[in-house]
Design a protein around this ligand. Structure first.
Ligand SMILES: Nc1ncnc2c1ncn2[C@@H]1O[C@H](COP(=O)(O)OP(=O)(O)O)[C@@H](O)[C@H]1O
Ligand SMILES: [Mg+2]
Length: 357
């Protein structure tokens, strides 16, 4: 059965506050799709409307071929996993996962089979008789996931399901979540404010800003070709340099000037921002054709696999530069504070952006 999710001009207002504004989204069947954006941008409101906990103020929602805009949650082929797992404390792990099937009167044999299969999938077969309070945070989250997936929804909605976990566990659960999604093949709509999580997990994602859609695309689209300064700034370090465009060059207020790629409709003297990602900037090993500017190292931060340098290229404009530490065998900094350095980047790695970060 086709089970994509379609939002068509969906808006949600609470009194005078608009949480979601004319949102158009299409999530493909079987896709891992993320809604990404800062706190308060309307992610949960959007998810609640897809789940059926809230009705849109205007617009339509379809799941597969069905218009579900005003259907109650239990009449939709969806399940939701929240950040707070909300497990039943009086039931053991098996009982928690079996709950939905029991309520629907599924035969005992089928319940045992399906719950067993789910517990295996989330790696909790050995914990079937454990009570929730004896489990770790990661195990609880897996029970919540199994409890939702056992109903075989065609769409699973997840609202920041990993945000209560510590960093290491979160990163491991990410991989597991992706594996589980591949295995069950159901459509995932995943809400997060964590850009790394969204980039790592999603087939495609939507970046929301104040209730409106800023950009949709694959992780590569969003990272390499951000639609505007907001998206560039929200996804990774954007190194935004604001100035004026003239004669194929960007000139910053302090006088620094360098060539930038042109863009249709860009007039002489226009105010624009340019952005170069930290890993695209080199401090040496330049190639022919690279844009080269001079700067002063203000700080260097050792990060194990890489070192980040903050380099001031104009008064008040610092660029973050990421160097892999592959060629260095021990903790040793190539540059220290106050040193004058040359920076280089390939012209195509410089993006011209509209708007403010
Ligand atoms: N039930 C509600 N009543 C009033 N305002 C709400 C309600 N739910 C959400 N909002 C507001 O809508 C906006 C979006 O909220 P939300 O969807 O929870 O954002 P996110 O999940 O991205 O953090 C916020 O300004 C929030 O205060
Ligand atoms: Mg939320």
């Amino acid at each position: 059965m086709m089970s994509g999710v379609h939002l068509d001009g969906v808006s949600k207002t609470f009194g005078s506050r608009t949480a979601v504004r004319r949102l158009d989204l299409t999530v493909g069947d079987g896709e891992f799709f993320s809604l990404l954006g800062p706190s308060g941008c309307g992610k949960t409101s959007t998810l609640r409307m897809i789940a059926g906990f809230d009705a849109p103020t205007s617009g339509r929602i379809r799941i597969g071929a069905n218009d579900v805009t005003f259907l109650p949650p239990h009449r939709r082929d969806v399940n939701t996993v929240f950040q707070s797992y909300a497990l039943f404390e009086h039931l053991d792990v098996f009982g928690n996962v079996a709950f939905g099937l029991k309520r629907r009167g599924a035969p005992r044999k089928e319940i045992i089979q399906r719950v067993g299969r789910m517990l295996e999938l989330v790696g909790l077969l050995g914990e079937a008789r454990a009570r929730p309070h004896t489990l770790s945070g990661g195990q609880k989250q897996r029970v919540a996931l199994a409890r939702a997936l056992v109903n075989r929804p065609s769409v699973l909605l997840l609202d920041e399901p990993l945000s209560a976990l510590d960093l290491q566990l979160r990163q491991r659960m990410r991989l597991e979540l992706k594996e589980i999604q591949r295995e069950v093949g159901c459509t995932f709509v995943f809400v997060t404010h964590d850009q790394d999580e969204a980039l790592a997990l999603s087939d495609r994602l939507a970046v929301l800003r104040a209730g409106t859609l800023a950009q949709t695309g694959t992780p590569e689209d969003i990272y390499e070709r951000p639609a505007d300064a907001f998206v560039a700034g929200f996804i990774g370090v954007s190194n935004v340099m604001a100035g004026r465009y003239a004669g194929g060059r960007l000139t910053l207020p302090g006088g620094l000037s360098f060539p930038v790629p042109g863009r249709p409709g860009l007039g002489e003297g226009a105010r624009v921002s340019a952005s170069v990602r930290p890993e695209k900037i080199r401090l040496g090993d330049f190639e022919p054709g690279m844009v080269r500017v001079r700067g002063t190292v203000r700080e260097s931060v050792y990060g194990g696999a890489s070192t980040t340098y903050l380099v001031e290229v104009a008064p008040g404009v610092e660029l973050s530069v990421l160097e892999q530490n592959a060629d260095r065998s021990r903790r040793e900094k190539r540059w220290s504070g106050g040193e004058s350095v040359e920076l280089g980047w390939r012209p195509e790695h410089c993006l011209l952006l509209d708007g403010d970060a």
